[in-house]
Design a protein around this ligand. Structure first.
Ligand code: C2E
Ligand code: CA
Ligand code: CA
Length: 747
């Protein structure tokens, strides 16, 4: 039964009792194993008659926590308790003499020599009491020479006997009489069990003061007569079972209001409990705060991570916008240069693979914009970008206004051009466009992207100037010493050695020479003869061409007037550059020359290239209208090399097309060129335009041109450009002569 009940109880309240319980459980376990004899029929318990709340006599009845505990223990042990309470010294003697079996008391080593003790079940303490206003003492040591009341044979009495101090003891039979000794002045101080003294003071409403903190806290246990070890053993078992069964706890709870320490102690415990509760609440709050913080941190971290991702994406987008052209998706110039330079830096030595920067320009993009609008031009640019990347899987850039660049292994640019042209035509013929290019090679032409770009650009400009599809850079393309000399001579305005030559044009319908072209020649005193192909582009590009134009207009009018005077009427055409059309007052210049020589306006023709017509269409149209009102008409020079369609050109007041000599000179051996010449003649006729074939070098070509319906021919087969005198002689010699082709050929 003991074993079964051993672990069934709940925990007792209070720290002291917790410790006690542990002791009892361990002893219960121990004693249960040792066994006990038959329980006694009754056990005589003794105690103090004035020691509440532990024990006291009331209406001849023994009462108190000790009394009820003794009854419970005896009952659980299978016995019966009987109580005899009286004055403390008598009780002690009765126990010694065996008239009493058991008395609960403070345990002490000295007492243990006289009695057998069970384990302690309670831990009361002692305090010093005095009347209010007494000299304050804080420890027992302060009591030397004072009168001190103590219960005779009590624990305090025993303790004092063992101390060095010698107070004057006032011995009383119980706690109540000790208090009375204080109250009636027989003693200054009293050392009493706090629990009992406080209880008596409350009960009688006496006012005494406690001095200092409680002390001598000792285990309170059952003391058994020394001659009754079996009884002691039984009692220990029964006490252990009382505790283990939870009965002790139950009893303690019932007596708690009386047993709990004094108010101050209670407050202390309450404070402890409240503190503990607070600590728990704080811990719980802390934990919940921690989790909420953790959650907040996790959320915030996620938010930050999202924000970072978004920022990275935005940055990436910004980088992309900064580096790539939105229309074509190709790199922008700056990024292209950076990438190319990066490549050069990491592949400096040895160079295993020659590289090439190729710049391509859609040369008719302006015309497309003007003719079809911006959206069509954008479509052309986009389509070109797509094909370029598809055909050459390398770094490509779009530099704006129809200019592209690629960075590639050195390649055959013309093959790429053919394939690009074919791809553009095949994908959407409506988006077809003319393009030219220029290349510069790494490391041959430079070791930096910037330098190579400049050289490729020069090569491309040269392609345009020389009317080629593509050219690779050469150092000769750079402005030479001669170029600089030429420009400075024209800037100074001291130009010597300029003179005109005239090249006649044969009218294939009549066989007469009825027109000619004036061409400039320059024999400089220091620089020698300089061909027009060298200095004309330079002057055009530097805005200095107007001097030449004005001079040639002057010569043309003068010579035409001269010829007319000799009855050899001849229209003379003058080469006009884009700059003349746009920047100078051409009508005024021509008008003044006509006035000066009393010339006939229809004797002057103007040769304009497609490119100059397209450079500022509005202005050009206006100038040409002014001139045609004067009677001066215009001819499109080098037709076929530019990028304009014939229909576009008819928007301008022009009268004549000069088919470029690149188509004419080899049209016999080149059927494609012949068919271009033929269809141009046909189209021009449809549009009411006169056709001139230039660069005719042989009779056969002349005959074919006549057959094809070409109106006029100009070329070495008729005459080379001649100085004024020679030209006038040429005109005179053939004047009025029916200049049919057969005669001409016989000459
Ligand atoms: P362009 O206007 O196409 O002039 C015709 C050029 O072809 C002339 O070269 C002429 O000598 C050459 N030519 C004529 N017939 C033949 C032929 O049968 N075979 C070959 N291979 N060539 C022939 P030139 O005089 O050297 O002039 C070259 C260019 O210089 C001209 O080409 C023109 O663009 C420019 N130029 C000449 N004089 C002037 C001028 O007074 N003003 C302007 N703005 N440019 C001029
Ligand atoms: Ca010309
Ligand atoms: Ca020409």
């Amino acid at each position: 039964m003991h074993k079964k009940m051993l672990f069934r109880q709940g925990l007792p309240a209070g720290c002291v009792r917790g410790f006690l319980l542990l002791l009892c459980i361990s002893s219960a376990f121990f004693c249960a194993t040792c066994g006990a004899d038959e329980p006694p029929q009754r056990v005589l318990f003794g105690g103090d008659a004035e020691y509440p709340p532990l024990e006291w006599m009331e209406k001849n009845q023994a009462k108190g926590f000790n009394v009820e505990l003794a009854r419970t223990v005896a009952r659980l042990g299978g016995s019966k308790a009987e109580h005899h309470l009286g004055n403390w010294p008598d009780v002690i003697h009765a126990l010694e003499e065996g008239r009493l079996d058991v008395v609960p008391m403070f345990y002490s080593a000295e007492r243990a020599k006289q009695f057998i003790f069970t384990h302690a079940y309670y831990y009361p303490s002692h305090s010093i009491y005095a009347l209010p206003g007494a000299v304050r003492v804080s420890t027992v040591d302060d009591l030397n020479d004072h009168t001190v009341a103590v219960e005779q044979e009590s624990f305090a009495h025993q303790q004092l006997r063992g101390l060095a101090i010698k107070p004057q003891l006032v011995l009383t039979p119980n706690t109540l009489t000790a208090i009375e000794a204080l109250l009636n002045g027989k003693a200054e101080y009293a050392i009493l069990t706090s629990l009992a003294a406080d209880s008596l003071l409350r009960k009688n409403d006496w006012k005494l003061e406690r001095m200092g903190a409680p002390f001598w806290s000792r285990g309170y246990a059952f003391a058994v007569n020394k001659n009754k070890p079996e009884l002691a053993e039984w009692l220990q078992d029964a006490l252990s079972e009382t505790i283990a069964s939870g009965r002790y706890q139950q009893l303690y709870s019932e007596w708690k209001p009386a047993l709990e320490p004094a108010a101050a102690d209670k407050t202390l415990v309450n404070i402890l409990w409240i503190s503990l509760a607070l600590v728990i609440v704080i811990l719980l709050l802390g934990a919940s705060w921690y989790w909420s913080l953790k959650r907040t941190v996790a959320l915030r971290t996620q938010e930050l991570r999202d924000a970072l991702t978004q920022r990275e994406m935005a940055e990436q987008e910004l980088r992309h916008v900064a580096h790539f052209d939105s229309q074509t998706g190709l790199a922008k110039l700056q990024y292209f240069i950076e990438q190319v330079d990066d490549y050069f830096h990491s592949h400096q030595q040895p160079v295993k693979q020659e590289k090439e920067i190729l710049i391509l320009k859609l040369v008719d993009l302006d015309v497309i914009v003007r003719t079809f609008g911006f959206s069509r031009a954008e479509m052309v640019v986009s389509a070109f970008a797509v094909h370029l990347v598809k055909l050459n899987d390398s770094l490509a850039a779009y530099l704006g206004r129809g200019v592209f660049a690629i960075f590639t292994n050195k390649c055959n640019a013309l093959t790429l051009f053919d394939r690009l042209g074919a791809a553009m035509t095949n994908s959407d013929p409506g988006l077809n466009s003319q393009f030219v290019g220029g290349s510069a090679y790494w490391p041959e032409h430079g070791r930096s992207a910037g330098k190579l770009m400049r050289h490729a650009e020069t090569a491309m400009a040269m392609s345009i100037a020389r009317r080629r599809r593509w050219m690779a850079y050469e150092s000769a393309m750079e402005p030479s010493r001669l170029d600089l000399d030429i420009i400075s001579i024209f800037i100074d305005g001291n130009v010597q050695g300029i003179y005109p030559v005239f090249q006649p044009q044969l009218d294939l319908r009549t066989g007469k020479i009825t027109s000619a072209e004036v061409l400039v020649r320059w024999q400089h005193p220091r620089l020698g003869f300089i061909p027009p192909n060298v200095f004309i582009p330079l002057l055009e590009n530097s805005g200095l061409i107007e001097q030449i134009t004005a001079q040639m207009i002057d010569e043309a009018v003068r010579v035409a007037v001269l010829l007319r005077k000799r009855n050899l009427p001849c229209a003379i055409s003058v080469n006009i550059s884009a700059y003349d059309l746009i920047e100078t007052n051409l009508a005024e210049v021509i008008g003044q020359a006509l006035v000066r020589y009393k010339g006939v306006a229809s004797d002057i023709k103007l040769e304009l290239t497609e490119t100059s017509v397209a450079s500022d269409p509005q202005r050009v149209k206006q100038v040409l209208l002014e001139l045609s009102e004067l009677g001066v008409y215009a001819s499109v020079d080098d037709f076929g090399t530019g990028y304009s369609s014939l229909s576009y050109l008819t928007m301008f007041p022009i009268r004549e097309l000069k088919i470029d000599r690149t188509f004419v000179s080899d049209m016999i051996g080149n059927p494609r060129n012949h068919s271009i010449v033929r269809s141009t003649i046909l189209m021009a006729r449809e549009l009411g335009l006169t056709t001139v074939a230039e660069g005719v070098e042989d009779d056969q070509t002349l005959q074919i041109l006549k057959k094809d319906g070409c109106d006029l021919a100009q070329g070495y087969v008729i005459a080379k450009p001649m100085a004024e005198a020679e030209f006038i002689e040429f005109m005179r010699a053939h004047a009025a002569q029916l200049f049919d082709i057969s005669q001409f050929m016989k000459r």
